[in-house]
Design a protein around this ligand. Structure first.
Ligand code: BG6
Length: 301
């Protein structure tokens, strides 16, 4: 019999990689490898914080977020799987699927000071006490002076499955009213703030001037988020995904969200990348998906 894999606990080192717990009992890891700091919770394999030395956070995280078992975290990078938004067949099921509120296990990694850290998490399709998922899931983070997240899944059943996937990334910006998004020019979208009316973006970069909730089923990237007030620009490349979502709740919706500060809409922009709606993935028995997001940050040009 093959020996069991070594416990990743051997990688823990004070000051470099430590276990952390939220007051409500969510377990996570905190990393400080000299290139970046990061905090990942095991529930949802959820990257909640990421920053490079001397700079503001890359990811928005609400001061009102829950960090409790079974509740989604408001910020960072929630994983959307196996459906996006409402489950149309069963509207009582959680929004954005089950992956972001599911227990995951930290299974392996490689950690050295001043080198990109790799951390891998898994959640099998069948877990005691949890609803079944259509795939065995794995997420691998590479955390250095840039960020890479790889989300993988395999259909372990004898039947084909249809799934939606996304990184619901909350980017931190200095003022969303002074942001341009490049990469969505002339793309068609369903406008969720206007009864899903289908519209097309003009040739210019997108600016956020009102509540914005747009689903682009065909927008594979690459993207840039120019944060003019923050004098910085996120560069995003996506692999294995062809859809995007842009979301900012603006004033009225922000005030209705219990886990979000009334004024926090100015400091965040969700640019989500995934496979949504007509671009949902169909996996035959034993088939896999792999979707990757790479983020770099540079001063504004
Ligand atoms: C976006 C949706 O992806 O997520 C929005 O398009 C939704 O409609 C937003 O409001 C936040 O969703 P949740 O479930 O995290 O509150």
């Amino acid at each position: 019999m093959a020996p069991p894999p070594p416990s990743p606990d051997a990688l823990l080192r004070p000051g470099l990689l430590e276990r952390v717990f939220s007051p409500d009992g969510l377990e996570g890891l905190h990393l400080d490898n000299g290139l970046c700091t990061a905090r990942i919770f095991l529930q949802g394999a959820h990257l909640a914080e990421f920053a490079t030395p001397g700079g503001p956070p890359w990811l928005f995280l609400s001061r009102n977020s829950a960090f409790a078992p079974g509740k989604p975290i408001r910020g960072g990078v929630p994983l959307v799987f196996p459906w996006f938004a409402e489950n149309t067949g069963q509207p009582d099921l959680p929004l954005h699927g089950l992956a972001r509120i599911r227990p995951w296990q930290w299974v392996s990694g490689s950690v050295e000071q001043n080198r990109p850290t790799v951390l891998r998490f898994e959640s099998p399709a069948t877990l005691p006490g949890q609803p079944d998922l259509p795939c065995d899931l794995a997420v691998t983070f590479t955390l250095g002076d840039s960020l890479e997240i790889a989300f993988e899944g395999r259909n372990p059943t004898d039947l084909p499955v249809e799934i939606e996937t996304a990184f619901h990334t909350y980017f931190a910006v200095a003022d969303v009213r002074a942001v341009s998004i490049l990469g969505l020019e002339e793309r068609e979208f369903a406008d969720k703030t206007r009864s899903r009316q289908v519209r097309r973006e003009p040739a210019a970069p997108l600016r956020i001037e009102e509540e914005t909730d747009r689903v682009y089923t065909d927008a594979p990237g690459p993207f840039a988020i120019r944060d003019e007030a923050g004098a910085r620009e996120f560069l995003l490349t996506a692999e294995g995904s062809c859809s995007a979502v842009v979301w900012n709740p603006w004033i009225a919706k922000a005030s209705r969200m219990p886990d979000f500060g009334d004024d926090e809409w100015k400091q965040m922009l969700c640019l989500e990348t995934g496979n949504l709606g007509p671009a949902a993935l169909r996996l035959g028995p034993g088939e896999s998906f792999r979707q990757v997001l790479r983020c770099e940050l540079r001063p504004s040009p």
